[in-house]
Write a protein that binds this ligand. Sequence first.
Ligand code: SAH
Ligand code: SF4
Ligand code: F3S
Length: 482
Amino acid sequence: MQGLIADIDLVEEEKAEACDYKVSADEKFGAKKLYIESYGCQMNFSDSEIVTSILKEEGFGTTSQVEQADVILINTCSIREKAEQTVRNRLNYFRGVKKRNGEVTIGVLGCMAERLKSKLLEEEKIVDLVLGPDAYRDLPKLVKQAEEGEKGINTFLSREETYADIAPVRLNSNGVTAFISIMRGCDNMCSFCVVPFTRGRERSRDPQSIVKEASDLFNQGFREVTLLGQNVDSYKWSASENNKARLEKSNEDEIVSFANLLEMVAKVHPDLRVRFSTSHPKDITDEVLHTMKKYDNICKNIHLPAQSGNSRVLKLMNRTYDREWYMGRVDAIRNILGENCGITSDMIAGFCSETEEEHQDTLSLMDYVKYDFSYMFFYSERPGTLAAKKYEDDIPLEVKKRRLQEIMEKQREYSIKRNQRDVGKTFKVLVEGKSKRSDEQMQGRNSANKVVVFDGDYPKGSYLNVEVFDCSAGTLFGKVVA
Ligand code: SAH
Ligand code: SF4
Ligand code: F3S
């Protein structure tokens, strides 16, 4: 569906498809009922599956009916002001639920919990629990306390926690595709970004537990995994630096890089597709690109957020690469993986002091790369970030919005052009289920992560060859061929 973000500022036509929040739809396991909603990036959605697993151990089942819940959890995002406003609106809605059902416990999890800490308890009286992203093991204890009338908070950030031993309960799953968190936190300090403050220091999860999770998913019928991290290219596991005992079969000083990990997961089974997100332009190596080339089941699609096409702005953003470096990485992708490899981006319009000429550089970078898809936002100042401390948020809102509009129009042009290139081609498509728009049609994705819609009725999780005969900016339309 998306790169790393399922958020509210998406390009127009993706809005319909993006899932702003997710409710656990199935009703199973124990007597007490958990209702959980998630906002923000895929990592947050993945965390909700860990949280559900932790509470399942305590006898909780899930419900999609908020009025029936004993515990309501909202897993929150702080990336832009609008994301936090959405959460506040949901809390207002839950206020009504609590009025009708006084017994219910309401908890705020995730990045907003981490950012606001005890302030959340002060500001939102209906909230009983506040838990940051590294504190979920404490949930059963705090839920019990809350049931006895005591509010609870844990926003401790860990240097080690990866929840490696917890088998996530897959929520709203199509049974075909799943996320696997391979690392947590972020050590980059992009000046606009709140993530290093809400998610803490970067740490990698041990490769054995990742491979096991992928292999278990394959055995359960899943056919695609997406490896998740804020900067997957800096994944690094070293037996000597990390806990040696957990890397049983490996050499003591062996270092597992992201390229090594990709290869290990690709080898689980040739019919298990592997995707990953997000790649940082400063860290993506040729070794990763060659590993992608070597394995057919590693999907040919790279989410490589540029943020801006201007070197001065990139420097202010503290992205630690410039326009030329970024173009060089795109050239390497094209040289090693060819023109058909999907490349997608995130772009920020109207960062502090950005001039019209600098904005034009973002548009011309888009002409250079010809992205298949982008997530596009206007700059939203976040309290506590480097940019908030050092730079003035001086671009008027109308100007930010106009520049964003220009970026979106440019992206739409290239989304259509890139899809038109695919008309007449045949792709191997992994069937994900019924098409969103019609029960008569099915949909799946090709290696480049494009949604392909076709007639017929085929089992979920099967691979089909589909010849594309038409397209829109967001979808390829095809027919199944032998
Ligand atoms: N780790 C990823 C991005 C995670 S945040 C990376 O480095 O690319 C997802 C996207 O949100 C970012 O890529 C950026 O485009 C956008 N974003 C982050 N902070 C923002 C802010 N303060 N205002 C507007 N957009 C922002
Ligand atoms: Fe934020 Fe930069 Fe880390 Fe991405 S790499 S999460 S943009 S600080
Ligand atoms: Fe993700 Fe939003 Fe947190 S993008 S890491 S949920 S601030």
